[in-house]
Design a binder for this molecule. Structure first.
Ligand SMILES: Cc1cc2nc3c(=O)[nH]c(=O)nc-3n(C[C@H](O)[C@H](O)[C@H](O)COP(=O)(O)OP(=O)(O)OC[C@H]3O[C@@H](n4cnc5c(N)ncnc54)[C@H](O)[C@@H]3O)c2cc1C
Length: 303
């Protein structure tokens, strides 16, 4: 019930405006968000790099309303890529297509994506296209396939809570598109997504095993201990070289596991968000674990 409440609040524009301009914002968000600026995001990437952790830098933003905002988002990500190149860190960038103007049309979105992909390809890194709600799944995958054909340096994201994902995994594996597998963070109807968490978890394990066997550089994106243990055991069973897959986690979550995996010689990449448009991302993190509210409230009072 609380999950649903946080997810519906995450779409409330008035609350978003209020929260993102609040003077308490930084105190509230610092556990999950690197800071407001690219410099803050890069500082976290450099620090993680020193601990042997790879990163996916995410300039926060989604559902922009004008072409000017979409073009500005594209420019920001090109700058982020240039900062990554200057720092010499092994980082990808993670983006959302609604940040690039998907609500304004596929062509607007593709136009804004091309400079980002051109920059990433020239640097030998990758653009990870996050998956948003099912309102966008089909169009997102069409654009992923097109960027894969034009530039090659894309990673798709698929969500284990959707019934369709098994088919999408097979199709993207056939095309050689790298996939980040996650459980899924949006509110979806029962005719599109498994309503019970136990079924989502079972489907995740099944798809993860397919990806480890047949995928191209798959990323296992989860903080679920049972999933991490199973992934390690299955990769060992298959005698997979750890260079052929990676674990991904979100900044601020399960720090001990991040370190443990690195010490075991596994590739670990942290998703590092930065920027002022933090509210929807932050509310999805509360929805995943409502107990975070208690933790954040204590932090705020202490500060
Ligand atoms: C790198 C990365 C990228 C992602 N990209 C996308 C995307 O593009 N699209 C999308 O829909 N979703 C995305 N997600 C979110 C994902 O779909 C899940 O909502 C989220 O990861 C929680 O699922 P879980 O696998 O960690 O398992 P869960 O079963 O939800 O959690 C397992 C355990 O992990 C810890 N944990 C999980 N979430 C939190 C939290 N917020 N705060 C504190 N502890 C927590 C808790 O200890 C919990 O018991 C991404 C997740 C990761 C790690």
């Amino acid at each position: 019930m609380l999950r649903g409440l946080f997810l519906s609040l995450s779409r409330n524009r008035t609350l978003r405006q209020f929260m993102e301009t609040s003077r308490y914002a930084a105190g509230l968000t610092s556990r999950f968000i690197a800071g407001n600026t690219l410099e803050a995001g890069m500082a976290v990437c450099r620090q993680l790099s020193g601990r042997g952790i790879l990163t996916a830098l995410d300039h926060l933003g989604e559902n922009v309303a004008t072409e000017a905002e979409a073009a500005a988002a594209s420019g920001e990500i090109v700058q982020a890529l240039q900062a990554i190149e200057r720092a010499g860190t092994q980082a990808t960038v993670a983006i959302k297509l609604t940040q690039f103007g998907l609500d304004l049309g596929d062509e607007v979105c593709r136009r804004n994506l091309r400079p980002v992909f051109a920059q990433a390809r020239q640097m030998g890194t990758r653009v990870e296209i996050d998956m948003e709600s099912t309102a966008y799944t089909e169009r997102t995958l069409a654009i992923v396939k097109q960027m894969h054909a034009e530039f090659g340096c894309v990673r798709a994201v698929l969500q284990a809570y959707l019934y369709r994902t098994e088919t999408d995994v097979a199709e993207l594996n056939r095309l050689g598109v790298p996939i980040r597998l996650c459980k899924g963070a949006y509110q979806e109807p029962a005719d599109l997504a498994f309503p019970a968490k136990a079924d989502v978890d079972t489907n995740f394990v099944k798809l993860m095993e397919t990806l480890l066997r047949e995928g191209t550089q798959p990323a296992i994106a989860s903080h679920d201990e049972r999933i991490l243990v199973r992934a390690l055991a299955y990769a060992r069973e298959l005698k997979l070289d750890p260079e052929r897959y990676e674990f991904q986690m979100l900044y601020g979550i399960r720090r001990q596991w991040q370190q443990r995996l690195v010490e075991e010689g596994q590739r670990v990449r942290l998703y590092v968000p930065y920027g002022k448009a933090w509210y929807p991302y932050f509310m999805r993190r509360l929805a995943e674990r409502p107990a975070n509210v208690v933790f954040l409230a204590t932090n705020l009072l202490e500060n």
